[in-house]
Design a protein around this ligand. Structure first.
Ligand code: UT7
Length: 336
């Protein structure tokens, strides 16, 4: 039996209200607006309110995506939440979301692939629909990174922000939706970006707290070099699998980590910057939420049109990378 075509039939996102600017950060650590803008492109980021957790943001984004798709929560067969900052180790954040939105017929699990998580989730969720097992899958990227940042470490705290983005996947007309993908991992790079304590290797203790081991630890330079190499090659592999070339790309939606990484990926792909979705100036790096938030803003602002070839590409902790090529279908070419 032929695989079904799968596309994004609804998309939505949410960012917390509280905005933290570079000027605000100047009061916390020895940094300045000029350095942050020049080295990263970030001007501002959103920070979750006290008591606001990853599942809360995921629910808001999910509800918007469901409304956008015109799909009821009861129709969802599977909820995948990509996150590195779940509400707690278990139950999964996906189960918390499943209950809150009323997706009572859905299976649910979390997926950990760092900032590549949403694209990993998109490709994973698509398989269930392609095979005919499920009809509708909800994929969410959601993060509350502000809770695992060391607000005394200028190397990391200026980079990240909180937020969530969600997509409803469903069957679309042949020739539309997901055309090609690339997923990869290199565990050798695991040490470069990690949250050292709180798991089974180094359980939480007074000493782990004293040693600040419950915060993001990152070798920024090494991750930067990896990102520069992998963004272009991952997108090219996904394009090749889609039977397309870089000249076919209408819109590039890269992971929003650093403007210099985005510019280098665009250059490698020979995609002019006008075709690249960039919003990291407003939100910083929201990890697994960055691509769906950017995709949502691009689609709802009219930057992505029916029939466009849209390339998603990201990299992250693991180390991991992921790319997906979509012939944009939302609206006109949805089935069922
Ligand atoms: O989603 C995946 C997550 N991770 C990433 O995407 C990170 C990828 N890496 C990066 O984006 C960049 O490597 C950073 C933005 C993290 C750092 O930029 P860089 O150009 O690689 O700077 P650097 O680490 O080489 O640091 C240059 C200087 C250092 O000072 P010295 O040693 O030369 O005196 C840093 O201490 O800049 C200093 N520095 C800062 N200065 C002001 C580092 N952070 C700051 C800061 N404000 N916030």
């Amino acid at each position: 039996m032929k695989n079904k075509s799968v596309g994004i039939i609804g998309i939505g996102s949410y960012v917390p209200e509280h905005e933290m600017t570079n000027k605000d950060l100047e009061k916390l650590v020895n940094t300045n607006d000029e350095w942050i803008v020049e080295r990263t492109g970030i001007k501002s980021r959103r920070i979750a309110a006290d008591g606001e957790a990853t599942s809360d943001m995921a629910v808001f984004a999910a509800q918007k995506a469901l409304n956008d798709a015109g799909v009821a929560a009861e129709e969802i067969d599977l909820v995948i939440v990509a996150t590195a900052t779940p509400d707690m180790s278990f139950p999964s954040t996906a189960c918390l979301v499943q209950e809150r939105i009323g997706a009572k017929h859905a299976a649910a699990f979390d997926l950990t692939a760092g900032c590549s998580g949403f694209v990993y989730g998109f490709i994973t969720g698509s398989q269930f629909i392609q095979s005919g097992l499920y009809k509708k899958v909800l994929v969410i990227g959601a993060e509350t990174l502000s809770r695992i940042l060391d607000w005394t470490d200028r190397n990391t705290c200026v980079l990240f922000g909180d937020g969530a983005g969600a997509a409803v996947l469903g069957e679309v007309e042949e020739g539309y939706g997901l055309l090609g993908s690339e997923l990869g991992a290199d565990g050798h790079g695991g040490e470069l970006l990690k949250l050292p304590a709180g798991g089974s290797r180094i359980p939480a203790s007074h000493s782990t707290v004293d040693q600040r081991q419950h915060y993001v630890s990152m070798s920024g330079n090494e991750v930067f070099k990896f990102a520069i190499k992998i963004m272009g090659s991952a997108a090219l592999k996904a394009l090749e699998r889609a039977g397309l070339t870089r000249s076919d790309v209408d819109v590039l939606v890269p992971h929003q980590a650093n403007i210099r990484i985005i510019q280098s990926a665009a250059k490698r792909l020979k995609v002019p910057l006008e075709k690249v979705v960039i919003n990291l100036d407003k939100y910083g790096n929201t990890s697994a939420a960055s691509i769906p938030i950017a995709l949502d803003e691009a689609f709802h602002s009219g930057a992505i049109k029916q029939g466009n070839v849209v390339v998603l590409v990201g990299f992250g902790a693991g180390l991991t990378w992921a790319s997906a090529v979509i012939k944009w279908n939302k609206g006109d070419h949805t089935i069922g």
